[in-house]
Design a protein around this ligand. Structure first.
Ligand SMILES: [Zn+2]
Length: 145
């Protein structure tokens, strides 16, 4: 028996031992995948509203789990900003406008209608000054603090 064969047998045994539980886990995952697909179908495919060419993002009972306050499962709420067609992600705003919301709050420039969990389409967009004018406005907002 050559050293090569012994080594190969050792590796094979090791791999088989490692793959045993993995194979079980994979088949379990596949079973769960079937359930997820069935759940997504039950929600009428509303969770898959995406542009063409983009892979659908699974919105299933996962990270946040059911019973999250303020929102029913599978309910896609539009962004609070007037004219924004994205769906709300945090506190009634889409991701882009939530970032803007946070930036405005941080720099004490939050207009009165920019509230948390505002009704969809109830918030007027705020066009911030750019360039030198923007830097000046930002400096003034910092001075007020
Ligand atoms: Zn938005």
């Amino acid at each position: 028996m050559s050293v090569d064969k012994v080594l190969r047998d050792m590796v094979r045994d090791e791999v088989q031992r490692a793959m045993g539980p993995m194979a079980a886990a994979i088949s379990e995952l596949q079973a769960q995948g079937a359930i997820i697909a069935r759940l997504a179908g039950a929600f009428g495919g509303g969770a898959f509203k995406r542009g063409p060419g983009r892979p659908p993002k699974l919105l299933t009972a996962g990270r946040r789990g059911p019973g999250r306050p303020g929102r029913k499962a599978g309910e896609a709420r539009p962004c609070a900003l007037k004219g924004c067609r994205r769906s709300a992600r945090s506190k009634g705003y889409c991701s882009a406008h939530y970032q803007k919301f946070r930036m405005l709050a941080k720099t004490d420039r939050l207009p009165a209608d920019w509230v948390e969990n505002a009704a969809p389409g109830s918030v007027k967009n705020l066009v911030l000054p750019r360039g030198r004018a923007g830097a000046k406005a930002l400096a003034e907002s910092r001075k007020k603090k």
